[in-house]
Ligand binder design. Structure first.
Ligand SMILES: Cc1cc2nc3c(=O)[nH]c(=O)nc-3n(C[C@H](O)[C@H](O)[C@H](O)COP(=O)(O)OP(=O)(O)OC[C@H]3O[C@@H](n4cnc5c(N)ncnc54)[C@H](O)[C@@H]3O)c2cc1C
Length: 388
């Protein structure tokens, strides 16, 4: 059987009435509640806590958590629809929301004990607290298996020591899923996953990163200095942490693909509007073929990226689901980067001004080919799955 045949995965992207409603509600919320203050929040590097609280009320912070744990019980496709709508208005808020949903709630939902779900997933799903994910370290990024943070057992606790770098929601999260070594001799099989409450003794948040974009989100190191968590906060089996991290990233790449779709769509909308309005050589620049061709390419790539992302969302859990999620993340993020580049080009010198939204999107989009697995790592994952 060819690895390219994907049994049971159709191409019917028709949305249910519930999904149409969700999309229009999130679009309305994003336009009415988030858009008016985005530029100021970016300028002040301000985390939108009040907006997150409203999103919690809408069920957007525990979207795929089963209803029995207080979540909204939505599908991966519904989640993708919501992230795209948020990212088209504020990529930073979309990032905050996707991290709590897909790299914190998701692994706890899939690998947590019943007790951990009751204790931690329920408040996460309700949005009473948001979540974070600690895998990256100063010396270990793409090569996540080389991480050095240690966890040692001491009576009824695990004691963590080490440092995590570039942690989204650091300092604002109530809980983090953290990968640490529990057996230094066992390589990747010696890594375990832990649920670490934000107020754990021995956990410190470092200085926020001075980021190029996503200024309305928080990113900072986490420092573990004899940080003690209850033994029951081990997530899944001892030694299963690396597998849990990979499974989580297979899922969460859908969120970055969707974030890229939102940014791409907005970059295209801005390009079309500007091209219609800006006059050079006596006509709107939209009348010049060079501009028309850029817009045609942006629109075509957006449709292709969306189709791939929806297909990957529908395939979640299927045999080829992980590969499709990598393909969706790879293609959508690279297409969105091209779209922002061309949209800014269409804006000319104005595009280089902070007064124009495209300059913010241009900075925000850059990270989409880097985090949750760089483009290079996605190509490795995809080709390994095809060539094994
Ligand atoms: C804004 C932001 C938010 C983030 N949020 C989180 C978070 O919440 N939690 C978390 O754990 N991490 C987070 N990260 C970290 C992010 O996931 C890593 O930056 C990413 O995985 C890349 O790791 P690195 O930066 O160490 O780059 P490196 O791994 O050092 O890679 C540098 C370059 O080398 C390439 N490269 C590396 N290995 C190979 C190879 N084998 N073959 C070919 N090319 C290769 C990479 O693709 C990249 O281009 C965040 C990062 C940013 C910028």
């Amino acid at each position: 059987m060819s690895v390219l045949v994907q049994e049971g995965i159709g191409v019917d992207f028709s949305l249910t009435e519930e999904q149409e409603l969700l999309r229009s509600e999130v679009r309305r919320f994003a336009e009415e509640r988030i858009r008016p203050g985005v530029a100021e929040r970016y300028a002040r590097r301000e985390f939108p806590a009040d907006i997150l609280a409203e999103m919690a009320e809408m069920g957007l912070l525990g979207m795929m958590v089963p209803e029995e744990y207080g979540g909204a019980g939505f599908s991966a496709l519904s989640y993708v629809l919501a992230v795209e709508e948020l990212a088209a208005v504020c990529p930073a808020t979309a990032g905050t929301m996707s991290v709590t949903n897909s790299v914190c709630c998701w692994p706890i939902s899939h690998f947590g004990s019943e007790e951990l779900k009751e204790r931690v997933l329920v408040p996460l799903a309700s949005g009473r607290m948001i979540g974070g994910f600690g895998l990256t370290e100063p010396g270990s990024g793409s090569d996540a298996g080389s991480l050095e943070t240690r966890a040692t057992r001491d009576a009824d606790s695990w004691v963590l020591n080490g440092e995590k770098a570039w942690i989204t929601n650091a300092g604002v999260a109530g809980v983090y899923v953290v990968m640490a070594k529990t057996d230094a001799e066992a390589g990747k099989k010696g890594i375990s996953a832990f649920v670490v409450p934000g107020d754990s003794p021995g956990l410190d948040v470092g200085e926020p990163e001075s980021k190029m974009g996503l200024h309305a989100s928080k990113t900072a190191p986490l420092i573990f200095d004899d940080c003690r968590v209850p033994a029951a906060n081990l997530l899944g089996e001892l030694g299963a942490g690396f597998k849990i991290a990979l499974a989580t990233l297979d899922h969460s790449r859908l969120g970055i693909a969707a974030q890229s779709l939102g940014i791409h769509r907005r970059a295209l909308e801005l390009a079309v509007a500007y091209a219609r309005e800006r006059v050079q050589f006596g006509v709107p620049i939209a009348r010049h073929q060079a501009i028309q061709f850029k817009i045609a390419t942006m629109a075509t790539e957006l449709e292709a990226a969306r189709a791939l992302t929806y297909r990957a969302a529908l395939a979640e859990g299927a045999r080829h689901g992980g590969r499709l999620a990598s393909e969706a993340k790879l293609y959508s993020s690279e297409a969105a980067n091209r779209a922002c580049y061309e949209s800014l080009q269409i804006h000319g010198g104005n595009g280089y001004s902070d007064d124009y939204e495209i300059s913010r999107l241009y900075r925000d989009v850059r990270v989409t080919t880097i985090y949750e697995g760089s483009s290079e790592m996605q190509r490795l994952v995809i080709s390994r799955k095809l060539l094994r």
